[in-house]
Unconditional design. Structure first.
Length: 195
């Protein structure tokens, strides 16, 4: 198998996971997520011949994805411009998230980038503190503190919704279904018991 064939096979298998991760990292912005994944895949393709000896290409890809997102966010902050006369009320297209997913993405959007990345890597990818620290290029203590603060913020924002009963409708009495696009919110890892 040629390196190009190897990369195509790997990318076809792992691209959906990269897109889901990028969507969470961008707090539900599918367009930026696609751009970041494309940038990450381009960087991976260029580095692919050197990655022959790398055991965990997926971990390397996550790091490249986080770096691509960081670069994208820096560039976006420098030149944030919207040329539309009126913003749409909600995302259009087949993949428009439902109300519960929008609630989750809205809560994630309230988190700073590094906090959001720590939560996504820890709870969506179920990475250890050490692996998350390597992916984010920071200390394990930073991962623990960022994750704890993020979980506190998410609990304040989503807590009433998660604790409420099964009655439909907005606000209290509404629960998030088991079919959320990610297993990001778990009750098995409270903020005080980070691995």
């Amino acid at each position: 198998m040629t390196p190009d064939d190897d990369f195509r096979a790997w990318a076809a298998q792992h691209r959906p996971l990269l897109v889901r991760t990028a969507t969470l990292l961008t707090a539900g912005d599918p367009h930026t997520a696609e751009d970041v994944v494309q940038t990450a895949l381009t960087r991976l393709y260029l580095a692919w011949p050197r990655l022959r000896g790398v055991e965990n290409r997926t971990a390397y890809a996550r790091r490249v994805l986080v770096n691509a997102l960081t670069d994208e966010m820096r560039a976006t902050r420098r030149q944030r411009e919207d040329l539309r006369a009126q913003l749409p009320d909600r995302a259009l297209g087949d993949g428009a998230p439902d109300d519960d997913a929008r609630l989750l993405f809205s809560a994630l959007a309230d988190l700073p980038d590094r906090m959001r990345a720590a939560v996504v890597l820890r709870y969506f990818h179920d990475l250890s503190v050490a692996d998350t620290a390597r992916a984010l290029r920071c200390t394990q203590g930073t991962v623990k503190s960022q994750t704890a603060r993020a979980l506190e913020r998410l609990a304040r924002r989503l807590g009433p919704v998660l604790r409420a009963g099964d009655e439909p409708g907005p606000g209290p009495g509404r629960t998030l279904p088991d079919t959320l696009p990610t297993p990001l919110i778990r009750t098995t890892h409270p903020a005080g018991s980070l691995r």
